[in-house]
Write a protein of this length. Structure first.
Ligand code: ZN
Length: 428
């Protein structure tokens, strides 16, 4: 079952202390900072901002952070581009923990994750679920061999934030702080605790975006499969209530039209789609721009070309980079320079982040159009929406969802880290 335990034997207890890796689903960097101001987790170094990739969803984030295989789609309900139909969903979700259905290889590395039923119960009884989740994790960790790393994923924090909001999460973090102090007393300096999250969240009430209705009004036909090549058919998997949407088009000629049709929909910030090779088109209510990448043997560079407005709010930054001589004659700057000047931007690290969302296999079935919603809006499956009001959500490319955190009891980590660069810090 645990044949793929990759790093544990090499490092743990030999070249470095044994590690407890503990991922708290959906806990934003700012929430961890607030908890520390209240005196919690004071044996840890300062929390780094761990930049969660767009769309800021668990499977996308954890597979990047652990250098694991790509999941099939952004969520368990996904569109299969070969079969040209929706696949997965609730029934698949229930069954996904048999080996052939594991959505990404990071799941092989988990020593603890909540029992299956919790994933749905969390929406109706979030308090009970996180308490049981934390207790079980603690029990499981106590019984684990001390010579190996232990990797646990606490999912209860995500549901708690979605349904109850930050005040109740604060209570849960107090309990976790107590558990971790106890672990430190028992295990001592021989065990390093690495606490991190997969993505952040906006902490505000969120309303539904009526994407299918809007597209229907514009002449498109949202459905669950593409029987024939048609300009009008689109599929938009609706599952969790999240701040992004993945649109698949029946005909590639319709991709730009779909993105343009979404500009006027309330709650849509912008859409991205591939426009030629090494180019991402960004189109939204704040304007139209292109992200272009140039790859040479020595380096990766990007430029941001505005054709109207400033959809990613980068104009002042481009100006500053120009003045400090960081742009070449064509307006390209190195990937490293862009990361440095935009790591704490409204859209963290936007050029590389949005580029890789479409041009690298974040998931196996990449969407034709990825839509980033404004904070305060979600798209998703309506039966979930009827269960409850949504006190917080994540999924878009804005800072609250993109800023996860990473901190250690033994190491001071860099102030910001791209998800794609986290693996050596977690497992190395
Ligand atoms: Zn969530």
């Amino acid at each position: 079952m645990k044949a793929m335990r990759s790093n544990g034997e090499q490092g743990a207890g030999k070249t470095r202390p044994r590690r407890l890796l503990l991922c708290l689903d959906g806990v934003p960097h700012e929430v961890m900072e607030t908890a520390r101001e209240r005196g919690l987790f004071d044996s840890f170094g300062p929390p780094s901002r761990l930049l969660s990739p767009f769309p800021t969803m668990t499977n996308v984030a954890l597979s990047a952070m652990l250098g694991a295989t790509s999941p099939l789609g952004y969520e368990s309900l996904y569109f299969d581009k070969n079969a040209r139909e929706l696949r997965g969903g609730v029934s698949k979700y229930i069954g996904w923990r048999t080996p052939d259905k594991i959505p990404s290889s990071y799941m092989d590395e988990l020593d603890y994750q909540e029992p299956l039923a919790f994933e749905f119960l969390v929406y109706v009884a979030p308090d009970k679920v996180w308490r049981t989740d934390m207790r079980r994790f603690h029990e499981r960790f106590r019984d684990a061999p001390q010579t190996r790393d232990f990797f646990a994923f606490l999912k209860g924090t995500d549901g708690l934030l979605h349904i109850r909001g930050p005040e109740r999460l604060a209570v849960a973090l107090e309990s976790l702080d107590k558990i971790l102090r106890e672990i430190q007393t028992t295990c001592g300096w021989e065990t390093e605790i690495v606490l991190f999250s997969d993505h952040g969240m906006n902490l505000r009430e969120n309303r539904r975006v009526h994407m299918k209705t809007h597209l229907r009004d514009r002449g498109f036909l949202p459905g669950s499969s593409f029987s024939e090549r048609s300009r009008a058919t689109v599929a938009i998997p609706a599952f969790g209530l999240c701040g992004y949407a993945a649109v698949y088009c029946g005909d590639e000629d319709a991709v730009a039209d779909v993105a343009n049709a979404l500009v006027e929909l309330e709650g849509v910030d912008f859409s991205v789609y591939k426009d030629g090779s090494e180019v991402v088109a960004v189109t939204g209510s704040n304007g139209v721009a292109r992200i272009e990448r140039k790859q040479t043997d020595a380096a990766t560079s990007y430029r941001y070309l505005i054709s109207e407005g400033d959809p990613l709010q980068l104009r002042p930054i481009v100006e500053t980079m120009k003045q400090s001589g960081k742009l070449d004659a064509e307006g390209f700057a190195s990937d490293e320079d862009w990361l440095e000047v935009t790591a704490n931007h409204t859209y963290p690290d936007p050029l590389a982040n949005l580029y890789t969302s479409l041009y690298t296999p974040r998931v196996r079935h990449t969407a034709d159009v990825l839509v980033s919603l404004l904070d305060g809006y979600y798209y998703g499956w309506s039966p979930f929406a009827r269960l409850t009001r949504l006190a917080a959500t994540h999924g878009n490319a804005l800072r609250p969802s993109s800023n996860a955190f990473l901190m250690s009891t033994h190491r001071v980590l860099p102030p910001y880290i791209r998800a794609d660069n986290a693996q050596p810090l977690l497992r190395g």
